[in-house]
Write a protein that binds this ligand. Structure first.
Ligand SMILES: Cc1cc2nc3c(=O)[nH]c(=O)nc-3n(C[C@H](O)[C@H](O)[C@H](O)COP(=O)(O)OP(=O)(O)OC[C@H]3O[C@@H](n4cnc5c(N)ncnc54)[C@H](O)[C@@H]3O)c2cc1C
Length: 485
């Protein structure tokens, strides 16, 4: 890329945000091409994740991701400067300390991120600084795709078609070999001092059973998935006991890998059935679609897209909510999902839909409480995908699953986890229950329960609600709002 930067030769501040990677990082690439000293910085902003402060699980991820980025920059002869505070203030300080004349970053598209970036750009510009921003968080800029009538999309399939028709995203850029360091480094903070890791208790100690944050691990994960997981994805992606999905979402959420790189890794694969490849790409594009919705509806995490739902009679049942969060609802597939969330900071997509439906429809608890819980506990918590998905399940969102589609947790379990392998992994107290009853322990005869060492109500909870009755109650509540205008 040709350097058109008018500033002479002051250092470039490279502001890392949700793009904690060196490869396919357009801001970094442009800075390296400019042939000037580069000062990479990460600013711990008062409100991190977009709409709310960074969740606890993602804070764990951020710690490890920043550490990994710091090492990777070190290998290029550079380093990562850490500072906390309002970006405007921090950048002004850094400019004064280093004589920097330009700030580069990759754009973010969540409302809080935009609310920070717009005034930063204006103030720096007013001081004569060169400010350059680049794309790369998404496959396509969320403002670019429009319906035939010039409005944003609200339905996924036409969005997918438009995105597909608009051409491939640019091929990913490789990481630079070296970065020019400034003569003197500005002061930085100590990552440990940010207290991103839980200590007493260290509830995240089990996260590392599954996860290795950082760009290198993201690239390895992508390669392994393309080699071993992509064939068969269409079927396997729905089976929570199978390692059938990419598990790239936390890496994508933190920008350790670009969606364009993921997209391009699925091209020209002779041994992968087209169906599997397209199904996978369509999932990836749900992420873009969620950002498209959030960009055009900044209230998405707080307000029903379908305003009819504003009159919905939610119940404020705290004890039921708490049992849901702990995985003690008495419905094994729901409990397994919620305990997977505790143990690994993630949950299989199929099970996310089941637990969300259970909270919203069986317990009649406002989707926003579930969204908030997920935001705090998911390592892949994402302001767009989380809010859009919760509204999708609630029926209040764009192109949403209709409210009357109430997941039956027993039938869903039997269909997608037929031998109960997923349940047994996360709800070990049911481990000895025969497959016939694994998703309906409350129907098992006493003799079967006894042989499996289960005492309902003691070793495993009785169902929190009777699903059939809860479903009727939910539909009755929905009927009260469905004709509202
Ligand atoms: C209630 C609920 C809340 C969710 N919250 C989040 C969230 O906070 N962050 C998040 O990244 N995903 C969220 N999802 C979407 C989805 O569950 C995860 O993206 C997926 O489980 C991640 O696993 P994977 O990387 O193995 O996905 P894969 O199946 O391998 O898919 C590849 C990538 O596509 C994207 N993707 C897949 N499905 C979706 C989807 N439905 N919506 C948006 N993007 C998708 C992800 O970036 C994912 O990494 C939520 C879904 C539900 C039902």
């Amino acid at each position: 890329m040709k350097n058109t930067d008018p500033s002479p030769d002051g250092p470039i501040i490279l502001w890392f945000r949700k793009d904690l990677r060196l490869g396919d990082n357009h801001a970094l690439h442009a800075a390296a091409q400019a042939g000037r000293d580069i000062i990479p910085i990460y600013i711990r902003e008062p409100s991190q994740s977009g709409n709310e402060p960074l969740g606890a699980a993602q804070a764990w991820w951020l710690y490890h991701s920043l550490k990994s980025l710091g090492y990777a920059l070190g290998r290029l002869g550079s380093r990562l400067v850490l500072r906390s505070g309002e970006p405007c203030t921090i950048l002004a300080e850094l400019i004064a300390e280093t004589g920097a004349s330009a700030v580069y970053w990759n754009r973010r598209y969540d409302p809080n991120g935009i609310a920070v970036d717009v005034p930063v750009r204006e103030r720096l510009g007013a001081k004569g600084m060169t400010v350059k921003s680049f794309a790369g968080q998404l496959l396509h800029e969320p403002s670019r795709l429009k319906t035939g009538s010039g409005t944003p999309y609200r339905v996924y399939t036409p969005f997918w078609r438009a995105l597909e028709a608009s051409g491939e995203p640019d091929a990913p850029l490789e990481a630079p070999d070296a970065l020019a360091a400034p003569a003197a480094w500005p002061r930085g903070e100590d990552l440990a001092g940010w207290k991103l890791l839980p200590i007493k208790p260290d509830w995240a100690h089990t996260f590392s059973e599954l996860w290795t944050p950082g760009e290198a691990a993201a690239l390895e994960r992508l390669e392994a998935f393309v080699e071993d997981g992509l064939s068969g994805y269409k079927t396997n992606r729905d089976l929570p006991a199978t390692d059938g999905t990419s598990r790239l979402s936390p890496h994508l959420a933190m920008g350790e890998i670009s969606p364009a790189r993921v997209w391009h890794a699925t091209r020209n694969l002779k041994d992968v059935p087209a169906d599997d490849m397209i199904t996978f790409r369509k999932e990836l594009v749900w992420r873009d679609f969620s950002y498209h919705l959030l960009f055009h509806n900044p209230d998405l995490p707080r307000e029903n897209l379908n305003r009819k739902f504003d009159g919905f009679a939610w119940m404020g049942n705290d004890s039921a909510f708490e049992r849901w969060t702990k995985g003690e609802t008495g419905y094994p597939i729901v409990d397994a999902g919620m305990r997977q969330l505790w143990r690994h900071g993630t949950m299989h997509n199929r099970v996310r839909m089941i637990v969300a439906s259970f909270l919203i429809k069986d317990l009649l608890i406002d989707w926003r409480r579930g969204e908030g819980w997920f935001r705090d506990t998911l390592v892949d918590a994402d302001p767009a995908s989380n809010a859009a998905s919760w509204q999708w399940v609630a029926g209040s969102g764009a192109d949403a699953s209709p409210f009357f589609r109430v997941f039956n947790p027993v039938l869903q379990g039997e269909k997608f986890d037929p031998d109960g392998a997923y349940v047994k992994t996360f709800v070990p107290e049911l481990r000895d229950l025969p497959a016939k009853f694994i998703h309906r322990p409350f129907e098992a005869p006493e003799s079967v329960l006894g042989a499996a060492g289960i005492v309902l109500g003691t070793t495993y909870p009785n169902p929190l609600v009777d699903h059939a009755k809860a479903r009727d109650r939910a539909l009755a509540a929905y009927n009260k709002i469905k004709d509202a205008v």
